[in-house]
Design a protein. Structure first.
Length: 316
């Protein structure tokens, strides 16, 4: 895990690579992984009242915003923009002065006469300090990229969660039902400000793991503990699903690893996608045997004894 730079280290703050703790030739995936780890550590929601963590989170987000954009990263590497994404002034070149000298007019006697007009001055200073002619018309603000960690059930069922941005703004992000880990949501007009309007905000969703549910495409899987009595005799038991508890029938004589399906109890239908199923894998748990069960088993001879390890022995 890359170490988070010290806030007092101004050198690292001016270099987004050092801010994220990655090499200059780091891949897009390495940059994203480094950002995820640092953002989780310093997010204001996880460090309430910690001004230092909040400041560091802003720097981490700004560094990721620059390096995750291939065009901005290339311009930064070329020294054209700084770590804040602003154009760097460049010194005047010989070509700048040569082009500027074309504006001089000479008298027949050979004495130079200064006859610069307003356009000459604008062109000269434009090429000296930042890149010549400006794009015409209002410019749209830059797109911005953020991450949001969602609870497993919120991602499955849909929810609205609040996201605090590094600049202090607050966005209410609508997480659609069935959202998978790594999904990027686009919020139009919620990005950087520009003279021609705001850019867009792109929110990458990270889905937190659940205590016992696991997602498998549109299906949900879980390990379901049952008692030895329920396994031998069968039972109707309550089973948790992502939409609440339902009753399920355990057939008599069910072994561990028996898999039962609840149709339509997986990821709910969304858009054109149909609902998935829930698969429960039975896990027989003995618990602490009581004296009666122990005495029964000591004197019990099965009518149809079997070898539970027969398959293993056959393949050995």
């Amino acid at each position: 895990m890359p170490e988070c730079p010290d806030i007092s280290d101004t050198t690292s703050l001016d270099d987004p690579y050092k801010t994220l703790g990655v090499a200059r030739d780091a891949s897009h995936e390495a940059i994203r992984n480094a950002y995820r780890k640092l953002a989780k550590r310093h997010h204001p929601d996880l460090n309430p009242g910690d001004a230092q963590a909040e400041a560091q989170f802003k720097r981490i987000s700004a560094a990721h915003q620059l390096l995750s954009d291939p065009a901005k990263r290339a311009r930064f590497d070329a020294g054209e923009i700084d770590a804040a994404g602003q154009d760097k002034p460049r010194p005047a070149s010989y070509r700048d002065y040569a082009q500027g000298s074309a504006g001089r007019r000479y008298s027949p006697g050979g004495d130079a006469q200064d006859s610069w007009d307003h356009e000459d001055i604008s062109d000269m200073f434009g090429s000296m300090f930042g890149g010549g002619r400006r794009p015409s018309g209002p410019q749209r603000g830059a797109d911005q990229h953020f991450t949001l960690t969602a609870d497993f059930l919120d991602a499955i069922n849909g929810a609205t969660r609040r996201l605090t941005l590094p600049d202090g703004r607050v966005l209410d992000v609508k997480i659609p039902p069935g959202t998978d880990d790594g999904t990027t949501l686009r919020l139009r007009g919620q990005g950087g400000e520009g003279s021609g309007g705001h850019g867009d905000a792109f929110i990458e969703i990270h889905v937190a793991a659940h205590a016992f549910f696991r997602r498998d495409g549109a299906d949900i899987r879980l390990d379901l503990p049952i008692s030895i009595t329920e396994a031998v005799l069968g039972a109707s038991i309550e089973v948790p699903t992502t939409g609440g508890k339902v009753r399920m029938r355990i057939p008599p004589g069910s072994d561990s690893l028996t898999q039962l399906r609840l149709r339509g109890k997986g990821v709910p239908a969304h858009g054109k996608a149909p609902a998935g199923d829930l698969y429960a894998t039975l896990r027989v748990t003995i618990g602490k045997p009581d004296a009666a069960l122990t005495a029964f088993l000591q004197g019990w001879t099965p009518e149809h004894p079997g070898d539970p390890r027969a398959a293993m022995e056959a393949s050995a």
